[in-house]
Design a protein around this ligand. Structure first.
Ligand code: GDP
Length: 485
């Protein structure tokens, strides 16, 4: 039975949706969600995208821009007062003036861009308002919690933590768990210790890249402003059948789990997620390749969970009635500048195949889906380097200060040629145990994990620095092309 509060909330959301719909008729707006797990490249992607639009960057495949129909783009104050602004200026300064990568996403932020353009058919001047919403992909993992009870979630989480490489990572937490009696009186210290060990386990899964398909709660990995609050202080327990005894540790954990859903998950879903029109999901596939087949298979699982959350999104009555739901989703493999261009198509085919399997697994339908391999900021250039009689395809860039290969250390000022090696032509081997052991470096020196500094930039036509990229224009064409037609 919906409560009065639920009904009032539905009315508020319906009124907001109707208001936005009305405003959209006069002032067409696209809300573009940018997400991906930590380190996938969200901050760099948004900074580069905004910069290319503001300064008329070279984007041949993005037809509105290359066809000269975009007259001007400008930043405007964002519509949501309670959401931090995406700090475009600081991130751009870091990239272009300091030649360092900007601070990564740790919470939601937003930026509004207004694009003045001419429609493809006539000379009519129009505007499109683009609201970019940056949020941690970890938060998306929480949506399945809404339909799971505490007991169910505990059981599922524990079960998964006992198989494969996760078991070793969970050992310390499991030992602590074995000493806990769920029916014992509630105990803040026990709850905090369980949370700490459980969170360490989740982080280890992420860091070891064993498990891209992370388990909720996502805020345990990316707490935003809520770190340390009671709604983030709970963990699974080994539970018998039945109900939680009043005043027990079990009851305390259950209460906080429900609070997490009410104060964290639902507001994010209603206030932000359900209002998106378009979505790009950034994926660090290269990191998964380098970690091996277990991580590659996990990546497919991660994509399936993400797609499943978009299915949940479209089922909301409010969004179905008043808002077009997300109708285009782009999966983008980032940092393609770490590979020679001969491998970009392979990277894209890999992502297409993984996405197809994820679509099947999530029984997903309803939105147009595409994939692209891109580098929002291209930090390298290509060359062919002679090694004995061989000519090897190489990429040239400036490794970050402190990076090392073998005994060689880099100072952040010296360029090197590296030989990143090839992705296999037979993509199936990427998924097979023992089938693929990471990109094989083309020489005995292993440059696979080398990270490069952002490129040296030069002023373009407008005087602003030009940022080189790979296929950023393809991404823009898919995400916005039809809305600027
Ligand atoms: P976020 O956590 O998703 O916001 O990730 P960031 O955008 O902060 O990117 C994380 C790191 O990935 C950066 O610090 C860079 O080292 C690297 N990175 C991201 N995008 C690119 C890119 O286009 N090219 C290269 N070479 N590195 C990138």
């Amino acid at each position: 039975m919906p409560t009065l509060t639920d009904i009032a909330e539905e009315i508020r959301l319906a009124a907001r949706a109707l208001g936005e719909f009305g405003a959209g008729l006069f002032n067409p707006t696209v809300r573009l969600g940018v997400t991906g797990l930590s380190g996938a490249g969200k901050t760099v992607f948004i900074t580069a995208l905004v910069h290319q639009l503001l300064h008329g960057g070279r984007l041949p495949v993005f037809e509105a821009q290359s066809g000269g129909r975009i007259a001007r783009a400008r930043l405007e104050p964002q519509p949501d007062d309670a959401v931090p602004r995406f700090d475009y200026e600081a991130h751009l300064r870091a990239l272009t003036e300091e030649r360092r990568w900007p601070e990564s996403t740790t919470r939601i932020s937003e930026l509004r861009l207004v694009i003045e353009y001419q429609s493809a058919r006539g000379a009519r001047n129009r505007t499109l308002t683009l609201d970019i919403v940056d949020y941690p992909g970890e938060w998306l993992l929480d949506l399945p919690l809404l339909t799971a009870s505490y007991a169910q979630w505990s059981a599922d989480t524990l079960k998964l933590s006992r198989v494969g490489p996760r078991a070793a990572l969970a050992a310390a937490w499991h030992r602590h768990l074995a000493a806990l009696d769920p029916s014992a009186p509630e105990d803040e210290q026990a709850a905090r210790e369980a949370t700490r060990l459980f969170t360490d386990y989740l982080k280890a899964c992420r860091n070891e890249r064993y498990a891209m398909r992370l388990l909720p709660p996502g805020r345990f990995l990316m707490p935003g402003d809520l770190a340390g609050s009671p709604a983030l202080t709970f963990a699974p327990l080994e539970l018998p059948d039945g109900e939680a005894p009043a005043g027990s540790l079990w009851a305390m954990m259950e209460r906080r789990y429900e609070a997490y859903k009410n104060v964290v998950v639902r507001p994010f879903y209603r206030e932000h997620f359900a209002r998106l029109d378009r979505q790009i999901v950034l994926v660090d596939a290269l990191a998964a390749f380098n970690a091996g087949p277990e991580a590659v298979r996990d990546l497919e699982g991660a994509l399936a969970s993400i797609l499943a959350s978009f299915r949940t999104g479209s089922a909301s009555i409010v969004s179905a009635l008043f808002r077009p739901r997300v109708d285009r989703i782009l999966f983008a493999a980032t940092k393609a500048d770490h590979l020679h261009h001969a491998n970009h198509d392979r990277l894209e085919r890999f992502l297409a195949r993984t996405t197809e399997r994820a679509i099947e697994r999530a029984k997903f339908s309803g939105a147009g889906i595409d994939v692209v391999a891109l580098a929002a900021v291209r930090a390298t250039r290509e060359a062919t380097v002679a090694r004995g009689r061989d000519k090897l395809p190489a990429i040239i860039g400036t490794p970050l200060a402190g990076e090392t290969v073998g005994r060689e250390g880099f100072d952040g000022a010296t360029e090197v040629a590296s030989f990143p090696g090839d992705l296999p032509d037979d993509l199936a081997s990427l998924f097979e145990r023992d089938g693929f052991t990471g990109l094989t470096a083309a020489t005995d020196t292993d440059f696979r994990f080398l990270r490069f500094r952002p490129p040296l930039t030069e002023p373009g036509a407008t005087g602003a620095p030009t940022l080189p990229h790979i296929r950023l224009d393809r991404a823009l064409q898919f995400l916005l092309g039809d809305r600027l037609a």
